[in-house]
Design a binder for this molecule. Structure first.
Ligand code: UDP
Ligand code: MG
Length: 160
């Protein structure tokens, strides 16, 4: 994947967003995609996948010493996930704002977690926390050819 310095423009920042098994089970796939689409972010990769525990242990490698790590991996492997890459200006930071706080009880109404979830261990969605972790996660979940650099004709109505 391109590293940050090689990116042509700040409007090409990418983030990895996933709808977790509870979000899929609860029928929130369309709702979550809708919010990113309506905001003006561009969907450049999407797939449904039931991840292995080994795959998830790498995804969440930074949390491996946390007490909740085994239950987190089990929850995330319990059913299909919708994995996505969204692109746009400040996609990583804005994605985190749109998701809300890790603990849904601390998430503002209007955020995805604040509108649709209650507990941290069932917080329905994932979003990368930094540009470098986003690039690592995108490379972990998608082959380069699964990410599409399609030209979007409405871009001049979203960016000045
Ligand atoms: N998590 C949990 N208990 C905790 C903290 C986190 O079950 O005390 C889960 C939760 O699903 C969270 C995920 O582990 O989304 C990853 O934790 P992180 O701190 O990276 O939060 P996030 O980046 O998802 O907001
Ligand atoms: Mg995190």
């Amino acid at each position: 994947p391109p590293v940050n310095e090689e990116m042509a423009s700040p409007q090409e920042e990418r983030t990895f967003i996933a709808i977790k098994p509870d979000g899929v089970q609860r029928g929130l796939v369309g709702e979550i995609i809708k919010r990113f689409e309506q905001r003006g972010f561009k969907l450049i990769a999407l797939k449904m996948v039931t991840a292995s525990q080994d795959h998830l242990k790498v995804h969440y490698q930074d949390l491996k010493d946390k007490p909740f790590f085994p239950s987190l991996v089990e929850y995330m492997a319990s059913g299909p996930i919708v994995a996505m890459v969204w692109q746009g200006l400040e996609a990583v930071k804005q994605g985190r704002i749109m998701l809300g706080a890790t603990n849904p009880l601390a998430s503002n109404p209007g955020t995805i977690r604040g509108d649709f979830s209650i507990q941290t261990g069932r917080n329905i969605c994932h979003g990368s926390d930094a540009v470098d972790s986003a690039e690592r996660e995108i490379a972990h979940w998608f082959k380069p050819e699964e990410v599409s650099g399609w030209k979007r004709t409405v871009d001049s109505w979203i960016y000045e």
